[in-house]
Design a protein around this ligand. Structure first.
Ligand code: UDP
Length: 324
């Protein structure tokens, strides 16, 4: 664990930045922010769970470049920083081809770490709160090792990301690579896919269509939801730290809600008469999750600013346009 805070990336020093998974939900917001800061941004994405339309607005910009590329294959480019986000992150997507999910986490990380080693680039891993599994410690701090089922249906993602963290720290120890590991908790906002299967997008889209909201289990399980703009600020601050700061650092909003509370909030915003429909709880679904963000506050001076009600309003506005 590391201790030194450092300044955030500055628009006065333009860099060549690679964002893997940059056409995805978080990646496209990150790409947009980095371009706004004056950087050159190369997005590499295979569009497995993302869409080029997330980047349409950026396509005319001279500092922006888009490459169709699967990170399980090596990539030879010259860059100063790498944000390694590429991986399907929603259970329905990462469970559709679980072998490929693990390959993406492991081979993808090896390839991007190799690129960082050759170019001397700083490299940030988008890891996940899933590394804590179904946590026995609450809220989750970075020094908790987690409670993950190694052979369940979520394991391809959970263990894949844990292996990716291992690779990052071995490249750090063995090759002195400047690494950053962010553990991202549930994030939501505009540009989530309508059919992503995530609880926020599901509830909002279902409510807008007047369909029942699908609550898995009794709805007492909890999650903490971070608005995407806050998360992007945290990622950029982490990248801007000095080499002593490796993480892992939790990035998420510590507000904790049950799925029933979330359903109530969505229905308060979208009153189309939807009811609740309970469906079976998926296997290994974590019962509760909330980040301890003390380390991010200390190292990055970062605290999420957008409360759930406000973020949900923006998300509803977005999906109103998308689903009509
Ligand atoms: N969930 C739900 N209804 C849905 C989709 C998800 O009740 O239509 C629940 C799911 O069982 C989990 C929580 O919402 O407990 C968050 O699920 P999501 O897939 O968004 O994220 P993750 O489980 O990866 O945190």
């Amino acid at each position: 664990m590391v201790t030194e805070a450092a300044p955030a990336a500055s628009s006065s020093t333009p860099k060549r930045i690679l964002v893997t998974g940059g056409a995805g939900f978080i990646g496209s917001h990150l790409t947009q922010r980095l371009l706004d800061m004056g950087h050159d941004v190369l997005v590499a994405d295979n569009f497995y769970s993302s869409t080029r339309s997330n980047l349409y607005e950026l396509m005319g910009q001279p500092r922006f470049e888009l490459l169709r590329h699967d990170v399980t294959f090596p990539l030879y480019v010259e860059v100063d920083e790498i944000y390694h986000l590429a991986c399907p992150a929603s259970p329905i997507f990462y469970q559709r081809d679980p072998v490929q999910t693990t390959k993406t986490c492991v081979h993808g990380s090896i390839n991007m770490l190799g690129l960082a080693k050759r170019t001397g680039a700083k490299i940030l891993l988008a890891s996940t709160s899933e590394v804590y599994g179904d946590p026995e410690v609450h809220p989750q701090r970075e020094d908790y090792w987690g409670n993950v089922n190694p052979i369940g249906i979520r394991s391809c993602y959970d263990e894949g990301k844990r292996a990716a963290e291992t690779l990052f720290f071995d490249y750090y120890r063995q090759h002195q690579l400047p690494i950053k590991v962010a553990r991202i908790f549930n994030t939501y906002g505009p540009r989530m896919l309508a059919d992503d299967g995530r609880v926020v997008s599901n509830f909002v889209v279902q409510a807008l269509r007047g369909e029942p909201l699908t609550v898995f289990g009794d709805g007492s399980q909890t999650r903490s939801f971070c608005y995407v703009d806050d998360l992007v600020s945290g990622l950029i601050s982490l990248m801007g730290t000095g080499p002593e700061v490796t993480g892992p650092v939790n990035l998420g909003n510590p507000g904790e809600f049950t799925m029933l509370e979330l359903a109530e909030k969505v229905l308060a915003l979208v009153d189309t008469g939807s009811e609740l429909k309970h469906l079976p709880l998926p296997a290994d679904d974590p019962t509760r999750r909330r980040p301890d963000i003390g380390l991010a506050q200390e190292l990055l001076d970062w605290t999420p600013q957008i409360p759930l009600d406000e973020g949900l309003r923006k998300t509803v506005d977005y999906f109103r346009e998308v689903v009509g």
